[in-house]
Design a protein around this ligand. Structure first.
Ligand code: URP
Ligand code: ZN
Ligand code: ZN
Length: 459
């Protein structure tokens, strides 16, 4: 199929101009003024923004977790993502402790057969030993899986200790991998959880009070120090707070690059939501929501280049699943739904409210993830030869977020009634019209696994 997008306001991470884009097959073939191509389909983008499809590098689809599974699978999750302009996601494979990485990979490959949008995987290493080290090298060399997730919390299920962390970093440094981390002090959090439970403090508020800012700041500093020692490139996922950001700022003064991702919820919501009784379970996620001063620090971090990526940590659960923790916050499955709205949220709260520029918006929602995770310029930009993952966006259209209209497989919205400025109108995925007139035109099985390159840690 050939598509000509006419008269759009094209935005990339570095440029911003009026032009046409011509797409043939899966790729962008030409970008220029008044292109004369006889295309099968013409999209009039006058008055619209045209930017690269979003990449959400932090999602959990159909993931077994805390005695249940996240409620969006690869079909519903990637469909909802496409509705919101996210054409590619990176999901987390979880190694079962005591089992191999390849067994986990095979389980996730089965799950992802249903994907509608494109995807890749981070491999979460929850048990690092000599055998895992060999598998890590094979995953990098043979499978195009070049980023490896670690947890400094969730002891007994996912957490590795600092010794394993340093040895994994050494392996990755040698073979071109990137280490990513859930950076919070697991032992300290576990002890605060037990203390609150013993005291009969069981509401969602105590989820928040069991994970104070210092637990994240300390772990971020420790992780950055281990990166410094090993020389391994590293990426901290879902950063929420000023204290953790300052740890990375300090690391940067020794000319160390530690990549940082925050998530749209940490830029928009704050911990006052935990005062709503059990309704607060909607926002029980780890780390928890923080304070207004942390939102300011994160937006500043984006503008200072200390925060490179805004993801979602999309990990939805139905209300019945959240109710597993009705009488004990520690049993509420952690996570919230956001995969569909990330691009519109960051545009609305960031660009429309004058906090970030258009190019910064493209950087943090798409380009930087493509660069950091080894798939640029195939993904993450509008350039000749790139995959034609393109969003045509109406920057003025206002709409209200609601469970009644969202496409995620979850029976509440964590943003019910929130007014957003800007809407994805047409979304192309590798040259196919994925979203038009609020309908998804692609079906399950269309999504492709995107193998990634080795990682340098410099973007
Ligand atoms: O609450 C969260 N974040 N759930 C998903 C697992 C994780 O820690 O990212
Ligand atoms: Zn996490
Ligand atoms: Zn996560």
């Amino acid at each position: 199929m050939s598509i000509l997008i006419k008269n759009g306001h094209i935005v990339t991470a570095s440029e911003d101009f009026k032009a046409d884009i011509y797409v043939e097959g899966e790729k962008i073939v030409a970008i220029g003024k008044d292109l004369k191509y006889d295309a099968q389909k013409v999209i009039d983008a006058s008055g619209k923004l045209v930017f690269p499809g979003g990449i959400d590098p932090h999602v959990h689809l159909d993931m077994p977790f805390m005695g249940t599974s996240s409620s969006d699978d690869y079909e519903t999750g990637t469909r909802a993502a496409l509705h919101g302009g996210t054409t590619m996601v990176i999901d987390f494979i979880l190694q079962t402790q005591g089992d191999t990485l390849y067994n986990a990979l095979r389980a996730w490959q089965k799950r992802s057969e249903k994907a509608i949008g494109d995807y890749s995987y981070h491999m979460a290493v929850t048990d690092f030993n000599d055998n895992t080290a060999k598998e890590v090298v094979e995953l990098i060399e043979k499978e195009g899986i070049t980023s490896f997730k670690t947890f400094m919390a969730y002891k007994g299920a996912l957490m590795i200790d600092d010794g394993q962390m340093v040895q994994l970093m050494r392996t990755l440094k040698k073979h071109g991998g990137l280490i990513t981390v859930h950076a919070t002090n697991g032992d300290m959090i576990d002890s605060l959880i037990s203390m609150h439970r013993k005291e009969g403090k069981l509401s969602p508020l105590y989820h928040y009070l069991s994970q104070p800012e210092i637990t994240e700041a300390e772990a971020s500093e420790r992780f950055s120090d281990m990166l410094y020692y090993t020389g391994c490139p590293g990426y901290i996922v879902h950063m929420t707070c000023e204290g953790a950001l300052n740890a990375v700022r300090r690391a940067s003064t020794r000319n160390q690059k530690v990549f940082v991702e925050t998530c749209s919820q940490y830029l928009m919501l704050d911990a006052s939501l935990y005062e709503k009784g059990f309704e607060g379970a909607k926002w029980v996620m780890s780390p928890p929501l923080r304070e207004k001063k942390d939102q300011t620090a994160l937006w500043s971090g984006i503008n200072q280049g200390l925060v490179q990526v805004v993801g979602t940590d999309h990990c939805p659960f139905m209300w019945e699943q959240k109710k597993m923790g009705e009488n004990d916050f520690s049993k509420i499955p952690n996570g919230h739904p956001a995969i569909e709205h990330r691009m519109e949220f960051v545009f609305s709260e960031g660009v429309a409210k004058g906090k970030i520029s258009l190019s910064k918006f493209v950087e943090v929602t798409s380009t930087n993830a493509a660069k950091i995770f080894g798939m640029y310029p195939r993904k993450g930009t509008l350039s000749i030869g790139a995959d034609a993952d393109i969003v045509v966006f109406d920057p003025n259209k206002k709409h209200i977020i609601s469970v009644k209209t969202h496409h995620m497989n979850v029976d509440y919205s964590a943003y019910e009634g929130w007014e957003v400025t800007g809407k994805c109108e047409t979304v192309l995925l590798r040259g196919q019209v994925a979203i038009e007139n609020e309908k998804c035109l692609l079906t399950k099985g269309n999504g492709k696994f995107i193998p990634r390159n080795k990682i340098s840690g410099i973007i």
